[in-house]
Write a protein that binds this ligand. Structure first.
Ligand code: KIV
Ligand code: ZN
Length: 504
C-alpha cells in the first residue's frame, strides 16, 4: 500500500467559499479537529492576505503541534517573509508558494513572459528554502498550461529545493483521463521528479474534482489537496471524505491508503458545517444525512438479512454516532463532556464551563437535548466570543392588534447601546433595531428558519446571508425562541462582515 499524504486546505481554499469565513477561534477549533482526523498537512491560511489570516496561521502554528502547518504565499518576497513570520512557532512548517503557468494567466493576469515566470518561481522557492526545508510549489492553472513548459517549470523549482510540486486544476477544467495522462507525462518528462512529491489540487466546476484526484493518485501522485465537505472557491475543492473513503473501500484497486482516522470524518464534517453555516446536501456522499439511509423495502430487507447486500461501508467507519441517547437536565458534566467529544468538540476548561451552563439553561426549557442541539449550542454560544457586536438583551411585543415593536440592547465594541423600533413583524422590528444600532448597510439576501429537532420546544435555527461591499457572509443562530435565534443569526453575520471588512 502506498501512503498518500492528505493536505487539508479547508482553512485556506475552503474558507474562500462565498460566505464561509471563520474567525480565528473557529479556525483553531477546526485545526485541532483536523489534527485528530489525522491529516498530514494543514494549510492554515494565506498570511499576507490579512491580519486575520496571519493571526490564524500564527496561532495554529503555536497551538496545534505534531502536524505540518502550511502558509500560502504568492511568488513574491514580501509574501514569503510574511508566511515565514507567521509560521515561526510551528514545530513542522511548510511554505507553499505559487505562480500561474498557463498562457492565459501569463498574458492577462501576470503580464509576464514564460521566462520571467520561471525566474520568479525559482527565486520564490530559493527564498522559501531560507526558512524551511519543506517547500511546496504550485503551478497555478497547471491543467491549462503548455505541458512541456509546465515540466520545465517543475524541473527548475525542484533543482532549487521544492520538495512538493503541486499541479492544480485551478478552474476545474480537466477530466480524469486527461489529468491522469498529465501526471504520467510529468513523471516521464521531468528528470528530477524523484526528488519531489507530486501533489494534486482539483476544483469541482465540472463535478470531477474527486474523480480527477483519484485518477492522479492511480498514476503516481503522492499528495492530495482537499477540503472537508468539498467546500472551496466556486463549486468547491475535492472532498476529503470522498477521496479517503474511496481509497479505503477500494484499497484492492488503488493499492494506496492514508493516515486518516476515518471515525473522525463525520464529526469533522458536522463541525465545518456548523461553523461555516454551509449545509451538507442530504444526498452528499459519505457525510450526507441520507448516505446510509435505506428507503426501498427490498434494500431494507437485504440489509437486515446481510448488511453487505447494499452497504459498502458502515456508518461507524466514518464515526456516525451510534448512540442516539438524548441528554436532559439530569445529565451530568461528565456525560455532557463525553458527548461533546464524540461530536468532535474539544473545549478548554473555560469553554466547557460556559457550554455546560448553557446546556443546563437549555435543559430547563427543553426536555430532551439531541446531538443536533448540542452542536448548535456549542457553535453558537461557545465558539463566538470576543466579537465586535454582542446581543445583551431583547424584548419584543406583537399580536393580532398590536404594532410589532422590539427593544434591542447590544454591546458594540465594548459599549452598550439600546433602541426601540417598530416594524412589520417581530423579526422585522428586531432587524431594524439591530441595523440602526450597528449602522449596517448590508443587504439581507436570505432569511431561513428551521426547527433543529421535532416538537414545539425544539431549538429554532436561523440562517441569514448578508452582502456588503462585494462580501457575502452567512450567519446562523439558534435558540428555543425563534426571535432570539433570528437576532443571533443577524449579529453573527454582522460580526463576520466586520472581520471581512477589516481584511479588505
Ligand atoms: O486552485 C489553485 O490553483 C490554488 C493554488 C493557490 C494552489 O488554490
Ligand atoms: Zn484552489
Amino acid at each position: 500500500m502506498r501512503k498518500i499524504k492528505i493536505f487539508d486546505t479547508t482553512l485556506r481554499d475552503g474558507e474562500q467559499s462565498p460566505g464561509a469565513s471563520m474567525n480565528v477561534e473557529e479556525k483553531i477549533q477546526v485545526a485541532k479537529q483536523l489534527k485528530k482526523l489525522g491529516v498530514d498537512i494543514i494549510e492554515a491560511g494565506f498570511p499576507i492576505a490579512s491580519p486575520g489570516d496571519f493571526e490564524a496561521v500564527n496561532r495554529i502554528s503555536k497551538e496545534v503541534k505534531g502536524i505540518v502547518v502550511a502558509g500560502l504565499c504568492r511568488a513574491r518576497d514580501e509574501d514569503i517573509e510574511r508566511a515565514a513570520e507567521a509560521l515561526i512557532p510551528a514545530e513542522q512548517k511548510r511554505i507553499h508558494t505559487f505562480i500561474a503557468t498557463s498562457d492565459i494567466h501569463l498574458k492577462h493576469k501576470l503580464r509576464m513572459d514564460r521566462q520571467q515566470v520561471i525566474e520568479a518561481a525559482v527565486k520564490a522557492v530559493k527564498k522559501a528554502r531560507q526558512y524551511t526545508d519543506d517547500v511546496e510549489f504550485s503551478a497555478e492553472d497547471a491543467t491549462r498550461s503548455d505541458w512541456d513548459y509546465l515540466c520545465k517549470v517543475i524541473e527548475e523549482v525542484i533543482k532549487v529545493g521544492a520538495t512538493t510540486v503541486n499541479i492544480p486544476d485551478t478552474v476545474g477544467y480537466t477530466i480524469p483521463q486527461e489529468y491522469g495522462e498529465l501526471i504520467e507525462y510529468i513523471l516521464n518528462k521531468v528528470p528530477n521528479i524523484d526528488k519531489a512529491t507530486i501533489s494534486v489540487h482539483c476544483h469541482n466546476d465540472l463535478g470531477l474534482a474527486v474523480a480527477n484526484s483519484l485518477t492522479a493518485i492511480l498514476k503516481g501522485a503522492g499528495q492530495v489537496e482537499c477540503t472537508i465537505n468539498g467546500i472551496g472557491e466556486r463549486a468547491g475543492n475535492a472532498a476529503l471524505e470522498e477521496i479517503v473513503m474511496a481509497l479505503k473501500v477500494r484499497g484492492d484497486f488503488f493499492k494506496a491508503d492514508t493516515n486518516i482516522v476515518t471515525q473522525e470524518i463525520y464529526r469533522t464534517s458536522r463541525l465545518i458545517s456548523k461553523i461555516t453555516g454551509m449545509v451538507v446536501q442530504p444526498n452528499k456522499a459519505i457525510v450526507g444525512a441520507n448516505a446510509f439511509a435505506h428507503e426501498a423495502g427490498i434494500h431494507q430487507d437485504g440489509v437486515l438479512k446481510e448488511r453487505t447486500t447494499y452497504e459498502i461501508m458502515r456508518p461507524e467507519d466514518i464515526g456516525i454516532p451510534s448512540s442516539k441517547i438524548v441528554l436532559g437536565k439530569h445529565s451530568g458534566r461528565h456525560a455532557f463532556k463525553k458527548r461533546l467529544e464524540e461530536l468532535g468538540f474539544s473545549l478548554s476548561e473555560d469553554e466547557l464551563n460556559r457550554a455546560f451552563d448553557r446546556f443546563k439553561k437549555l435543559a430547563d426549557q427543553k426536555k430532551y437535548i439531541f446531538n443536533e442541539d448540542l452542536e448548535a449550542l456549542v457553535s453558537d454560544e461557545v465558539l463566538r466570543i470576543a466579537e465586535f457586536y454582542n446581543l445583551i438583551d431583547l424584548e419584543v411585543s406583537s399580536g393580532t392588534k398590536k404594532k410589532p415593536t422590539a427593544t434591542v440592547r447590544l454591546k458594540i465594541n465594548g459599549e452598550e447601546k439600546q433602541i426601540t423600533v417598530s416594524g412589520d413583524g417581530p423579526v422585522d422590528s428586531v432587524y431594524k433595531a439591530i441595523t440602526e444600532l450597528t449602522g449596517s448597510k448590508a443587504e439581507l439576501n436570505k432569511f431561513e428558519i428551521k426547527a433543529i429537532t421535532g416538537g414545539t420546544d425544539a431549538l429554532g435555527e436561523v440562517t441569514v446571508i448578508l452582502e456588503e461591499g462585494g462580501h457575502t457572509v452567512r450567519g446562523h443562530g439558534s435558540d428555543t425562541d425563534i426571535i432570539v435565534a433570528s437576532a443571533k443569526a443577524y449579529i453573527n453575520a454582522l460580526n463576520k462582515l466586520a472581520i471581512k471588512n477589516k481584511k479588505s
